[in-house]
Design a protein around this ligand. Sequence first.
Ligand code: F6R
Length: 249
Amino acid sequence: MRMFVEKSKLEMSKKAAQIIIEEVKRNPSITLGLATGSTPIETYQRLIEDHQQNQTTYKNVKSFNLDEYVGISRQDQNSYYSFMRKHLFNFIDIEEGNTNIPNGMTTDKEEECNRYENFIKQNGGIDLQILGIGQNGHIGFNEPHTSFESRTHIVDLTESTRIANSRYFQSLEDVPKQAITMGIQTIMEAKQILLLISGEKKAQALHELLHGEIREEVPATILRNHPNLTIIADEDAMVVLGKSGVGLG
Ligand code: F6R
C-alpha cells in the first residue's frame, strides 16, 4: 500500500489525475474502473484539462463503471450514465462503445449482473480501479455486511446511503432503493486500485480502513489485502488519524 496525504481536495485530485494520466500513457489501451459521486469530479476535470492541453488520448481506453441505480433511465440526469458523460466522457476522446455502465433499466437484473461481470472478464479485467468510499465504509454500492466474495450484484441501498445521495434528487423518496454494483471480489481483482478520500465525514472510514479489523461490516477494510493499493487522502479526511498518524512507515 502507498498513501499520499494532500493539503486539499484540489491537491488530492491533481495527484490522482497525475497517476491516472501516467498509467494511460504507459498503457494506451488500459481498462479503467470508474467511480461516480462528488469525490472524483475534480480528478475528472484535471483529466479533461490534460486531454485538451497535452492531447493525452483515450481512443483505445476501455472503462467499466462501478455501479448504476436501478430503475433510472440513462437519460435521467441522476443516472450514473449521465454523470459520466457530464463530468468526463463528453470532453475526452473515449469511444462511447468502449465505456460500460450497468444497465439499471434491465428487465432481468440477475442476467445483467452476470453479463457485466463476464464482460469485465472477457476484456481481461480492470487494470486501474478508481474508488471513492462511503461514510459507512462502502465501496461501489457494497454496503456493510456484503460478502467479500461478492461479484456484480443487486443491492438494497441503506438508508444512510440514500440520505447521503439525496442531495442530488428532489426528495429522499426519489432516490432509488436499489442499485447494480460490481462486487467486492470484482473490485479486488482489479490489478491496481486508486482510492480517493476527501473530507471530515470520511475520516472515520479512513481510520477503519487503515487500522480496523478486516471485516465485512466495513467493506473498505478488505482493500488492505490488495497487492497494489494507492490511497490519496486530503487533510480533512485525516482528522481522526492526525496528520502523521497514518502509521504505515
Ligand atoms: C460511486 C460509488 C460510491 C461512492 C461513495 C462516495 O460510483 O461507487 O461508492 O464512491 O458513495 O461518494 P461521494 O464521493 O459522493 O462522497
